[in-house]
Design a binder for this molecule. Sequence first.
Ligand SMILES: O=C(O)CCC(=O)C(=O)O
Ligand SMILES: [Fe+2]
Length: 770
Amino acid sequence: MASSSSSSLSSSLQQQFNDNSENNNNFDLLPRVDFDKTEIVASTKWMRLETLSYLVPNSNNEMASQSPQQQQQQQPRPAAALRKWDRVVRTTKHSETSVDAVVILATLRHSIANSNIHKNGSNNSEKGDEIVCVQQYRPPINAFTLELPAGLIDLEDVTTNTTNTANGDDDDDNDDNNLIQTQEAAIKSAALREFTEETGYIGTISSMTIGPLTYLSPGLTNECACLVKLDVDMTHEQNVRVYNNYMKDISSAHAHDDGDGGENRCANTMEESERERELTTVLFPKVGLLAALQEYVQRKNNDDGGRRENVKLFTGLFSLAVGMSIMEEEMKLLASSSSGGSTTAMTTTASTNLPSLFSPDTNPMLAASSPTTTATTTTTTDFPLVQLQFMDSNNNNRRIPTKSTSHAITSALRTSGFVLIQSPTLFPWELQQRALSAARQFLESEKALLSNKVVSHPSDPKVYAMLQGMDSVCFVDQDDGDSTTFTTTTTKQHDLPTSSLAPDAAAAAAAAAAISASDATILDDLKEWYKAMRQTRSVLLHCLAIGLGMSSSSSSSSSSDDDAQSYFNNLHQENNDALRLIKYHPGDDTTGNRCKEHSDYGTITLLLNDGVAGLEAHVNGKWRAVPYVEGSIVVNVGTLLSEWTRQELKATLHRVAGPASSDSCNTAMEREALMESVRRERISMAYFADPDVVVSVSLSNTNTAAMMKKKEDGVLANDEKSGIETMSVSDYIRWRSGGSGQDRSGVAFTSLEESRLGEDGGEWGEMNET
Ligand SMILES: O=C(O)CCC(=O)C(=O)O
Ligand SMILES: [Fe+2]
């Protein structure tokens, strides 16, 4: 930039600069500090305030653009101007260029524990890696901060390592090498020590890398640090212990405030100074780090179970998270463009999200008291990913979705009927993995298979089980939806007895007994997921009421919040929701579809799967792969909600593709990718939100209405004119579930089948279940 400035400096001045500068001797082009002129303004045990004198070259550009003659003709002018600058220096600093501190980026490698499951008995095989952060009180800002663990480098680190590496050789090159090695060793030992002191974990150096010297706030101080990357090996006994304590803390925090998150106080390894700083460890998922941080900060600053904490972010951590989120977006775009999404328009990209992060009035981290107005949406326009964000609320523990979250979700459900959502608060990655693992274990447990809790699907290559209920969530016996039940029991009394849908405590106990006591945690994990999904359903229905403009006013008064909250949720008070656990068997070329095309029949469906590809939705005349994004779940609309909204929200056909659905593959490679996932087992969990059975619904779908009419014609007095357009939800569910309605087996219809059934009256027995 100032490439010609050296020519304007007299050689004596230049010499003076060189002599006076303790460092940067070889960088002629910089303004130079005259360290001899440094005034010490104030000094304490830890810090010094100094006023520096430095020289700035004059008018570089002007001089450079002139010819040598022009330059000679000009009046001599001072080549440089003297300037002052105040700075803070740590008294612990050894020299102008020595490193003050280490900052530690430590990854909890559950993935490493994976390959060693048998060694330590840890069963976190499904868990995603986590970043270790610390929260502590920082007096200068009178707030808590979330930071990467860090520590000052002690003189001890350097001297210990100097003696270790000194070899008596007085060769200059060797001295330099020794110095570098010494510094490196000092940095490593400081990083390992500080990390364990602050977090209790033992860092390993399998992927240890040391970054260059970086400057933390160069306008203020010459303080500098090296970033050290560490792994936390989760086969290490101490690490497992610290982690288990942390998880215990989290779940007791859960039990206490029904909230989320928790901290590990690591009391046993803590030094007095750390205790005074109220230092705690907090783990965040590596994938989705930015959203998780945002949510944590927002929650802490609002009301975390009655305790507001005023938490701020360390710049380095925030920058890291932004960088990682940019990378995640890039990867997602790559993934969706290479997995059949090539025909999908991709208009929303990471770059469009970033401005909102930096705008004080939209960013919850910058202005914790203002609600966010911009949702973070990514991936494709067909299947956007929305991070659920909530408004500030002084209503204890009530989560009010922001307008932008609500509009992003509603808009996706209007367009494709599908949306991906992420919320580390409502359904953290850790819980997802626990639930999937519990589902797998349940579906494979012999007792469950012997009981009628788990059944094989009559045509698709899968087994499934249903979990239902309110206070005592339990498994539902699966009989085969006896088709005769419907025709023989149909009367004018349309509403199903509530008890058949909400099993009682005795049934719950019986179901629980069906799996042995040692399997109790399986049931607990599944119930936890069920409850998380019930909360998520409630939030989503709140979003939809806001997004569809169902609240009475647009002001953010609590009454309109209540209106929107209850608009759809009031129709879901009986808790008829059901969670279906599904295991698709490993297939081959002869496997048909893993789940034939259908639309869901209820309000909304919340889908979690284990990442094995296959879910496809029929959007704009084409089958498109619904992307899998770690940490997110898929939401889609059922027919009832679609009907309620006069088809404003789309109940989109979807399927789990097998070899029979190669129409979605554009290339041989895509087909091979599909086959690769077909050959793998696939676990998914579909949470169906269903309305109360007493609700009536007007069906505008003529095929459905015609079908209903014909069905009723067969049983009831033949009345061609009445009851065609309206039926109760119970009738509708009964119709869609192929009989009794009790087992919610989820009979699926293609639109083709609906019309065929409409024409000829149809046969319940011909319908396939999803
Ligand atoms: O397994 C899946 O991913 C989808 C299942 C599904 O659509 C259903 O059960 O309704
Ligand atoms: Fe479905």
